[in-house]
Ligand binder design. Structure first.
Ligand SMILES: Cc1cc2nc3c(=O)[nH]c(=O)nc-3n(C[C@H](O)[C@H](O)[C@H](O)COP(=O)(O)OP(=O)(O)OC[C@H]3O[C@@H](n4cnc5c(N)ncnc54)[C@H](O)[C@@H]3O)c2cc1C
Length: 446
């Protein structure tokens, strides 16, 4: 038995861990060690990747690339391959994953099972939109080949299905072509949510990546930093000699060993004393970056990957992330109400991210993205105080007909889950009876 935590470090429960290294043995392991759950790289924040006192099928050893078609950009790989490894191998060859979330240190299986989104949802959708097919091991011992033509129902249950329909053994992905790793970026400070929505609307057609950081502790008027970016072609980079030195510096940063938070401090370093000055300093620093610049795609998409184990900063009690999406029509009112509730509660968050999703329906039955606006906030775990605030935020999300993201959740009540995911009954038909997680027991029947 081994103690396993998710990224939020809210619990440290024992699990019977089966390391999967050979894809031909996955089905027998699942049949023999059930009920169980697939575990990728544990970058989900809450209990979606945990199965306390039960089996955990660890996929990180399923790390082989199987086939790549250089002409079409179709890649077949095992499900434990990290997104970072795909990007680092294929970007120099002119291909990249169309969707990367805020960390590249996740597995292909985890990306499919949570149907993760990036900063370009409005342009390309979520991860599942680029999955062509998968092989799925069930605890019955079968390995099924799924694609959108012959088995659309089980595939759409598995995309965003939180690992509850089977274990993804391999996946065929459609990569996109790129001619350089560089992005041309623009940074724009904003005051107030109206300005945020104006910027988001104005950027939708011409900017592939958009995201904003918002200072949820700033009184009365929300203030933030809006960032947008487009991929640069190799020609664009080549004809701009002034960029050469910038690009060299970025390249060196990528090759450097990332910094690390070496141990868990006895108390959270993110607290009432540090939050306000941090947010203020961050805002002022980013404000100075106003205007155009160039960034490596890894730095733009996954800035936190440069600080290993940053989750330890929250101390022994860990932290929650609260990520909601609400419809666009009532988005501004709902986001403002959430910011007001947070300010009134005295519970602060840094790294609050506000972003619009595009007007497109995801492929997964339980996928999180829906047209609207998503707000993601990290909170140190202060017990009852923090949970009381979440209850208030739940009311706002529910009234705004929104939903919470299961990849980040550790405590949402069942009624909010049912209200946010009305296609749940359809999903339940596809569950594998030999698979169960802490989250599925909390939110579903088993
Ligand atoms: C810093 C940071 C930033 C993030 N930013 C974003 C973001 O911008 N957008 C976003 O969408 N998410 C984001 N996330 C969340 C993260 O992308 C997801 O939680 C992702 O699913 C984690 O993948 P993993 O490989 O670590 O899987 P795990 O966390 O280990 O597992 C996640 C789920 O996938 C299932 N699973 C894993 N492997 C398989 C498999 N082979 N077959 C079937 N099921 C499987 C597990 O059972 C579990 O339900 C972020 C997380 C962090 C830590």
């Amino acid at each position: 038995m081994k103690s396993v935590s998710a990224w939020g470090r809210l619990s440290h429960d024992l699990h019977e861990v089966q390391m999967l290294n050979d894809r031909t043995y996955v089905a027998p392991v699942l049949s023999e060690h059930q009920p169980g759950l697939a575990y990728g790289n544990g970058r989900s924040y809450g209990d979606v990747c945990l199965n306390p006192n039960g089996n955990l099928w660890h996929t990180i050893g399923l790390n082989k690339l199987i086939n790549f078609d250089e002409a079409s950009g179709r890649l077949t790989c095992e499900a434990g391959v990290l997104l970072r490894d795909i990007q680092r191998l294929f970007v120099p060859r002119g291909w990249m994953l169309p969707v990367t979330p805020g960390t590249q240190l996740i597995t292909v299986g985890g990306a499919i099972a949570n149907d993760v989104h990036g900063k370009n949802h409005h342009a390309v959708g979520s991860f599942g939109d680029h999955v062509l097919g998968i092989s799925l091991a069930r605890t019955s011992g079968e390995v099924l080949q799924l694609n959108w033509t012959s088995t659309p129902a089980l595939l759409s249950a598995t995309v965003g299905g939180m690992g509850l329909t089977g274990l993804i053994v391999t996946a065929e992905l459609q990569l996109r072509s790129v001619s350089s790793p560089w992005l041309r970026t623009e940074t724009l400070p904003y005051q107030g949510l109206s300005e945020f929505f104006e910027l988001a609307d104005a950027s939708e057609d011409n900017w592939e990546h958009t995201v904003s950081w918002i200072d949820c502790l700033a009184c009365k008027t929300a203030r933030g930093i809006f960032m947008r970016a487009n991929h640069m072609t190799a020609q664009e980079a080549a004809v701009m000699p002034s960029l050469k030195s910038t690009l060299t510096v970025h390249q060196q940063k990528i090759q450097r060993k990332p910094l690390c938070v070496p141990f868990v401090p006895p108390v959270s370093l993110v607290n009432g004393l540090t939050l306000k000055p941090f947010n203020m300093a961050y805002y002022q620093m980013q404000k100075m970056k106003r205007g155009f610049d160039v960034a490596h795609h890894e730095h733009f998409s996954c800035p936190l990957d440069n600080l290993q184990h940053w989750n330890r900063m929250y101390g022994p009690r860990g932290f929650y992330q609260y990520q909601s999406v609400v419809m666009r029509e009532n988005g501004q009112t709902a986001v403002q109400a959430m910011l007001d509730a947070i300010a009134a509660s005295g519970e602060g968050s840094f790294l609050a991210v506000l972003k619009t999703f595009g007007n497109r329906q995801p492929k997964g039955i339980l996928s999180f993205p829906q047209p609207g606006v998503t707000l993601a906030l990290d909170f140190p775990n202060r017990g009852e105080r923090t949970l009381k605030l979440f209850e208030q935020l739940d009311v706002i999300v529910r009234e705004a007909k929104g939903r919470l993201y299961t990849a980040k959740d550790a405590r949402m009540p069942r009624d909010l889950f049912y209200a946010g995911y009305p296609r749940l009954p359809e999903f339940l038909q596809h569950r594998d009876a030999g698979i169960s997680s802490a989250m599925s027991r909390r939110l579903m029947e088993f």
